[in-house]
Design a binder for this molecule. Structure first.
Ligand code: 5GP
Length: 148
């Protein structure tokens, strides 16, 4: 396998297959959104395509468009659910670009005025906290889908 080939055993591929658990907040036939296990802000969500793509450099443009549309929708729900003042959106490509998990993902980070992002410390969040934030975000997204 070349250094830039898609690895079907990456962590997010395992989450997509149901081999690993995740606190899911949104799912379609094209994308899945779930809580980041080491959040840099409360309500930190990751949006991934279901298609096998390593990052921005190899994803099919149509799949990228689906990912962008879903990211916008989920971002609005995260902002509403977490009562955020704004959002930071991040997407990293290859190790030199800060990528750690090699299935393309969009970070959605709710932001509040005067509150800094936490360092990428590698500290796992409490599962109950992740479940609570996931439930709040799911409710907001369901309300938006219902036209609210
Ligand atoms: P990146 O590749 O964009 O640098 O970072 C990968 C992100 O995935 C990190 O924010 C990290 O906290 C998150 N992450 C790593 N392993 C898992 C996991 O097993 N489950 C979930 N939900 N998130 C993970």
């Amino acid at each position: 396998m070349s250094a830039t080939a898609y690895d079907p055993n990456n962590i997010f591929a395992k989450i997509l297959r149901g081999d690993l658990p995740a606190h899911k907040v949104y799912e379609t036939d094209k994308v899945l959104a779930f809580m980041d296990i080491m959040p840099r802000a409360d309500g930190h969500v990751l949006v991934i395509p279901k298609t096998a793509a390593r990052n921005l450099l190899d994803i099919n443009p149509d799949d990228l468009a689906d990912l962008a549309k879903a990211s916008q929708f989920v971002a609005k729900g995260v902002k509403r659910a977490m009562a955020a003042d704004g959002l930071t959106i991040q997407q990293f490509n290859e190790s030199a670009g800060g990528q750690v998990v090699f299935h393309i993902h969009v970070h959605i980070l709710p932001r509040w005025t005067g509150v800094a992002l936490r360092p990428h410390s590698g500290a796992m969040e409490n599962q109950d906290v992740l479940a609570k934030h996931a439930a709040t975000i799911r409710s907001a997204l369901e309300a938006m889908q219902a036209g609210g």
